[in-house]
Design a protein around this ligand. Sequence first.
Ligand code: PHE
Length: 341
Amino acid sequence: MKERMKDLRESSIKAIVECDSAELLEALRVKYLGKKGELTGILRQMGSLSAEERPAMGQLANQLRSEIEQAIDERRAELTSKMMEMKLEREAVDVTLPGEEVRLGHKHPMYNVLDQIKDIFIGMGFEIVEGPEVELAEYNFTKLNIEDSHPSRDWTDTFYFTEDGKILLRTQTSPMQVHAMETKTLPIRMIAPGRVYRKDEVDATHSPMFHQIEGMVIDKGVTMADLKATLNLVVEKIYGKGTVTRFRPHHFPFTEPSCELDIQCHKCGGKGCPTCKGEGWIEVLGAGMVHPKVLSGCGIDPDEYSGWAFGMGLERLAMGEYKITDLRLIFENDVRFLEQF
Ligand code: PHE
């Protein structure tokens, strides 16, 4: 029996040391120490020993078991670190190779201008609201006092969804005036930027989709002086201190009186140049005092409250600021154009 154990010690330790994979090592463990393993086989024969021999043999067998276990543990540790080394070698990264460029995008130039405008108005206590681009004709026209015969209602000017002409792509952001008056508590100070749609052919200054920023103030005792002072301030923040403005009488069905705001050309100082097309002035926005009919149509008493509103084109503003000469560049998403900003 002693002999068998000696043989087992030699053969098992040799096999374990030479074994070169974790799976094989496990198979060896089962082969030597498992329930049907070789050591167990030897122990089964203990019964045939005399009572004097048994303890010594038992001790030897236990010693052999722990020797084999230790050999397996050591080999397992060796194999694990060897595997790790091989893995590291396989997955090694050459840190001296040039890196791959991470291409970060940036904000579209028009949205830079929009953010600038938002900041200006937020600084004056205005809130920013958004509304539907698919609008009811009632909000886009009727509630804004735009009569049935008005040319902007024409099928050739407006994208209608339904035969009855009740649903359309909004042609202006002014319906946001009505939404704000109907849903907000007074007083109101808001701007509403967003897309608007008109059946225009695409050229250097026209697009069937463009952006407007609507603005409106409703409170007690609001006058045209507030409109002029506020818009003059906004213009100075956009175009610089001392920018000369001109309020020109105009007509909008939903404001009375109405005006358009021009700035004196910042390029030529009013003498006339290509930027202002020789005019000396550049049109910036339309504005006016909210029409009493529009107020009362939204449930606001025009004897108690008054307000002013404006609407301006965002593309034109961005084109002026970044000296962009063709509107199409703003929408075409040509990276050669966009990367310049
Ligand atoms: N909605 C008008 C337009 O599209 C602009 C405007 C807005 C005028 C608000 C007056 C008041 O031209």
